[in-house]
Ligand binder design. Sequence first.
Ligand SMILES: Cc1ncc(COP(=O)(O)O)c(C=O)c1O
Length: 421
Amino acid sequence: MELQERRERLSGIESELISSHGTPAYVFFEDDIRENYRTLRGALDEQYPDSVVHFAVKANYNPGILSVLRDEGCHAEAYARGEVSAALTAGYEPEELLLTGMNRRPEDVERALSLGVEYLLVDNATELERLIEAAESTGARPKVLVRGNPAMEVPTHPEVATATRETKFGLDTDSGRAMAVAERAASAPAVELAGVQLHIGSQIRGVEPYAVAAREMLSFAADIRDELDVEIDVLDLGGGFPVPYEGPVPDTEEIIAEIATTVRETAAEFDLSLPTLFLEPGRRLVGNAGTLVSTVGVVKETPHTNFAVLDAGTNAVSSYWPYPIYALADGERSERYHVAGPLCYSGDVISEDVSLPPLERGDLLAVDRIGAYSLGSASHTNAQPKPPVLLARSNGDIDVIRRPERAEDVVANAEVPDDLQ
Ligand SMILES: Cc1ncc(COP(=O)(O)O)c(C=O)c1O
């Protein structure tokens, strides 16, 4: 949906939003989430039906959002114990979860196994030993995916590139470390070596990196077959599919076609049977579904620029990605503003030099396509309460899926020592 259409859709619910909930508020559209999932599932059904989509819960762990995806039949990838709880709250069955994560607490691994989580990712040798111990003590026999790292160039922001040589993630396939962990998993009766995984990073530009990733991991799978006599069942290529913050990004169909073709060709080349394909997309399924609606409180001219100061800033959305920003009341974009928040640091600028209609106090701005990662990275800087999360339902209702925090909620868990009261 183009930005103009998105603006009109949001304007259509503006009066209800403002009269019932005020700003700042995160607004998600149920239709977008469903459509994103259906597009991906449809592409897979056409090109690689033997596949399971696990939504990366880290991208948005609000149970209201998760339940829309669960309702569509999407499974979930939970990285940490809080994400397991969020997914269970959303009604996921433990068998629909894939537990990934690094430095997981032994009790959390045991809890996952006792609940019935079947697939667990192993990022390092220590993680595998913890998993074997947990499996022995619970009597479960989990299926292990070994996370590889083939030291790839990954075309994205360096902080979210997760398969480069420098990153902490995965086991390098070149040095034999990945194989050593696979060998240990294959020889431990308490676990089953079921597959290989590679998550190359987030907001990946282009489709070719997925072809490289698939080839690297199938080559590793062929080595496992040759050296350990184990044929793996699952190839997990993680997530990373991008959202069009500015400029075009590859279609879902295009990404899936690249993956499906490469997997088929490479499996044939290595004489492997076709694996079940797991994917773990986050950003792509929810990124465009969410918008932060915020009110301009101050328009301030400085010798350097004009600032539009909103009632939410980098406490609510990161300034990491170039989110589209527009005024809800459309007009000719004849002015340029640095769109800032109210926080006490100069870096509290969501975006610089944004073309907007002339603004005044009370105007509403939309910071769009913020649906992925914003809720999780929102902070209490300056003890700012977190905004509510609203879900614009397919039936026209607007449901509150997270209540707004009050100022006192921010310090609700704090304690003042008795003698200082
Ligand atoms: C293991 C794993 N899987 C999936 C994802 C989801 O990535 P994205 O939201 O870019 O699809 C991430 C996030 O970086 C991740 O670390």
